[in-house]
Design a protein around this ligand. Structure first.
Ligand code: ADP
Length: 403
């Protein structure tokens, strides 16, 4: 008896890593037939989402096809009560399969654990069986064993499903935030375009050639800016491998690029009475993508203004070393919390909600900044102290001839 119990235990251990219910019941039924001295068997399982029965397994030598459990039948009773049944003398009724021809006795073992019944195992005997105490103990253990394994398996499955759902939910959240950010990014240039066109009509300047020309030039610039943003966002969302091919490395006058940006952004900084001071050596050229570099520094300078203090300053300087240009953007604004510092370059990461005063910031700016720096073979870092201000340093290789 102990040896047989040990065999059930071994089967439990063997099946713990098995994910397929059918394989589990097959292994157990075969063990059961062996230790109970039976001849064949089959297994009914209740489907997970409804109460339908499925014959999931029968031994190859089963000489009849079991009929579906009926509401009035013993199988159904075992399933609903979770109590094992031993039938010593099997009487075939006319509606039954011709099982009576082949078997004299059988037992129906519920697969149940903690009041949950997954199905039944039917073990059949060709010869009449008296069901000794030992066989009764063993069959009870067998039913419990299968149920235990299936419980472990199903809770594991449930945990996996929950994990999957969680991942999907997170992705959905990221997507929503991403769309919010994109909308925000696109709104500004569109507003400029609309305003300029309105001006032509409102001020009746349609016949003023110079005015119209200037307006079109401005619109053109903003459209280019829009396309740039779209390309940037598209790149940021695609895999890095594919993106590399689409970057256009050309000589870029980084001094001019930053100088122009500073001039452009003075309009924005004026609103907060923030001064922008630049200290940039002239005509430093590096190999890079002008659109992306513009986006990188525009993000840093915009942030310095957004998170800057009223009447404060933003300083932009450049140190040229042997092979690198070190561009430093610092402000004397609100600074960044120590706990946020390791995350600010992550996509969609935003500091304390209170910091993001206009509700439009979505935490993509620094992710783009880091990505642009990376593809130029550079490094970006930050030092900050809460209440005092922040300093972002971008180091870019000057002799960058990457293609
Ligand atoms: P966003 O500004 O749209 O939230 P960013 O990726 O540009 O996204 O910045 C991420 C976070 O880093 C911001 O939410 C803000 O908390 C913090 N941060 C960025 N730049 C500065 C800065 N110059 N001063 C203070 N905090 C900053």
């Amino acid at each position: 008896m102990l040896k047989k119990l040990a065999l059930i235990n071994e089967t439990i251990l063997d099946c713990l890593n098995e994910k397929d219910d059918i394989k589990i019941v097959k292994t157990f039924t075969e063990t059961g037939i062996k230790i109970l001295g039976a001849n064949f068997g089959f297994v009914w399982l209740k489907q997970l989402n409804n109460d339908k029965w499925t014959l999931v397994y029968k031994t190859r030598n089963l000489p009849f096809h079991p009929h579906k459990p009926r509401l009035t039948g013993i199988n159904y009773k075992v399933m609903t009560t979770g109590k094992i049944r031993y039938i010593k003398k099997f009487k075939n009724t006319p509606s039954d399969s011709n099982a009576g021809k082949h078997i004299k006795s059988f037992m129906i073992i519920p697969i149940s654990y903690k009041e949950k019944t997954y199905g039944t195992v039917v073990i059949c005997f060709k010869k009449p069986e008296s069901f000794s105490r030992e066989k009764k103990v063993l069959s009870t253990f067998l039913g419990n064993g299968i149920a235990q394994v299936m419980t472990v398996h199903r809770s594991h499955e449930r945990a996996e499903k929950l994990k999957e759902a969680h991942i999907l939910l997170n992705q959905e959240k990221l997507k929503t935030e991403f769309i919010a950010n994109t909308t925000h990014e696109l709104r500004t240039p569109l507003a400029v375009i609309r305003g300029t066109v309105d001006m032509v009509f409102l001020e009746n300047k349609i016949n003023n050639k110079t005015f119209v020309e200037n307006t079109l030039k401005n619109i053109n610039k903003e459209v280019a800016h829009l396309s740039g943003i779209l390309a940037n966002l598209a790149l940021l969302t695609s895999e890095s491998g594919r993106t590399k091919n689409r970057i256009d490395y050309k000589p870029v006058n980084i001094s001019k690029l930053i100088g122009e940006l500073a001039r452009r952004l003075r309009n924005v900084s004026r609103e907060k009475d923030i001064s922008i001071q630049t200290k940039i050596p002239r005509n430093i050229i590096l190999a890079g993508d002008e659109n992306y570099l513009t986006k990188l520094f525009s993000n840093l300078i915009r942030n310095a203004i957004t998170y800057g203090r009223h009447k404060g300053w933003v300083k932009i300087s450049m140190l040229v070393k042997k092979n690198t240009a070190e561009i430093i953007v610092s402000d004397n604004g609100i600074g960044i919390d120590k706990k946020d510092l390791p995350h600010i370059f992550d996509r969609f990461y935003r500091g304390d909600k209170a910091h993001s005063s206009d509700g439009k910031r979505t935490g993509l700016g620094l992710a783009i900044a880091k990505w642009v720096t990376d593809i130029h073979g550079g490094k970006i870092s930050v030092s900050s102290s809460i209440g005092k201000g922040s300093t972002f340093t971008v180091i870019l290789p000057i002799k960058n001839s990457r293609k």
